[in-house]
Ligand binder design. Structure first.
Ligand code: ATP
Length: 370
């Protein structure tokens, strides 16, 4: 297929001991990161955590205070931005309004006097499925189409590494979801290395094969999306990547299978293999969709945690599922997501309720929520 010929493999990226200080502010204290060639890597974190600064360092738009940047094994720390094998797609598409789409995509190649610039630009437009609009001007395209042109314009240069800085931020929700899937399949097809910066956890989890969660200039945890979601390491990751019910208490017992913490007199257990700390005060958690709601006290079972009785303080129906907030004295307010397989909510506000979850579904954190 033409697209395959057009594409080149991406390169790996290594950040070694990177520090970035601005006058009076340290944006990145110490960053070590390796992104394998051909992977779709997301840097995820809240506003101000240092994502864009990291991207700008890789692009060569900022100089690190300390540390080295290697692309495909070559040290590019001192290499000028335009000489790095890197292209960036920003949130603003910055297409030239007076040029047609094909002229926009071919522009960089023509300037570098690369032969068959127009042919290659058409290949890139085919890849983003916009070749039939090649003769239009940017203002005659929708936001999502313009974003795809910006992507084609970046890919046509065959960068070893493509940097994406919140590229879908300006699109409405539905288009963003669609573009997430498209971007991922384009990345799989061309095999370039994508480094994508976003504050949207769902976006990072949908698209990336590896996610690094960044907080205050440092990476808190890195791994496959399922891994981070299933076994978050810190309170920050547990709360930033989805929602969590967290409990903090002293360790009350440890066996080879489970550790148990004391939550207001009730034991809450997690598998020992999923604990990160085994003594002192420990925080453990469980995802809301793993928690079941009961209107009567469930029978005690050795493989389930049961808390209650509590009271339902809020019910919000959202079609496919219902969210309950259940106030359990001593344990706090729990969030429960229940699939709607019957005819609407199972419990009303004010009802007495118990919550339970399988011990296997709990996770232990390395730090404390309290
Ligand atoms: P956002 O999602 O809001 O873009 P971000 O995670 O990309 O946030 P950065 O833009 O990397 O964050 O900024 C990280 C920190 O460094 C912020 O606190 C920011 O104020 C600070 N910072 C960035 N650029 C400079 C600069 N030129 N001078 C001083 N401080 C800066």
């Amino acid at each position: 297929m033409a697209v395959r010929e057009f594409a080149e493999r991406g390169a790996d990226l290594q950040l070694v001991g990177i520090q970035k200080r601005f006058p009076g502010f340290t944006a990145i204290e110490e960053l070590d990161l390796t992104i394998p060639a051909g992977s779709f890597f997301a840097l995820l974190g809240p506003s101000g955590c240092g994502k864009t600064t990291t991207l700008r360092l890789v692009a060569g738009l900022e100089e690190p205070t300390r540390g080295r940047i290697l692309i495909g094994g070559t040290d590019v720390t001192a290499t000028k931005a335009h000489e790095r094998p890197v292209n960036t797609v920003f949130q603003s598409y910055a297409l030239f309004p007076h040029m047609t789409i094909i002229e926009n995509v071919a522009f960089g190649l023509k300037r570098r006097r690369i032969s068959d610039a127009v042919g290659r630009a058409h290949e890139a437009l085919k890849l983003v499925e916009l070749d039939h609009l090649a003769q239009r001007r940017p203002q005659q395209l929708s936001g999502g189409q313009q974003q795809r042109v910006a992507l084609a314009r970046a890919i046509v240069n065959r960068p070893a590494l493509l940097l994406l800085d919140e590229p879908l931020g300006a699109l409405d929700l539905k288009l963003r979801r669609q573009m997430q899937l498209e971007l991922k399949s384009i990345q799989e097809e061309v095999g370039l290395t994508f480094l994508h910066v976003t504050h949207d956890q769902e976006e990072a989890m949908t698209m990336a094969d590896t996610v690094a969660v960044m907080n205050q200039g440092a990476i808190e945890q890195m791994g496959a999306p399922e891994e981070l979601y299933d076994l978050p390491r810190t309170v920050f990751v547990a709360n930033f990547l989805g929602q969590s019910n967290l409990f903090t208490g002293p360790v009350a017992g440890t066996t080879a299978e489970a550790i148990s913490i004391d939550v207001a007199g009730t034991p809450v257990r997690i598998p020992t293999a999923r604990a990160r700390r085994h003594q002192g005060t420990v925080t453990v958690g469980v995802r809301p969709e793993k928690v079941a709601l009961h209107e009567t006290e469930p029978a005690a079972a050795s493989d389930r945690n049961v808390l209650g009785p509590g009271r339902v303080i809020d019910v919000s129906f959202s079609g496919v599922s219902t969210q309950y907030l259940v106030d359990v004295p001593g344990a706090g307010t729990l969030l429960v997501f229940a699939q709607n397989i019957g005819h609407g909510p199972a419990a009303a506000v004010g009802a007495e309720a118990w919550v339970s979850w399988h011990v296997e579904h709990g996770f232990g954190l390395a730090d404390d929520a309290s």
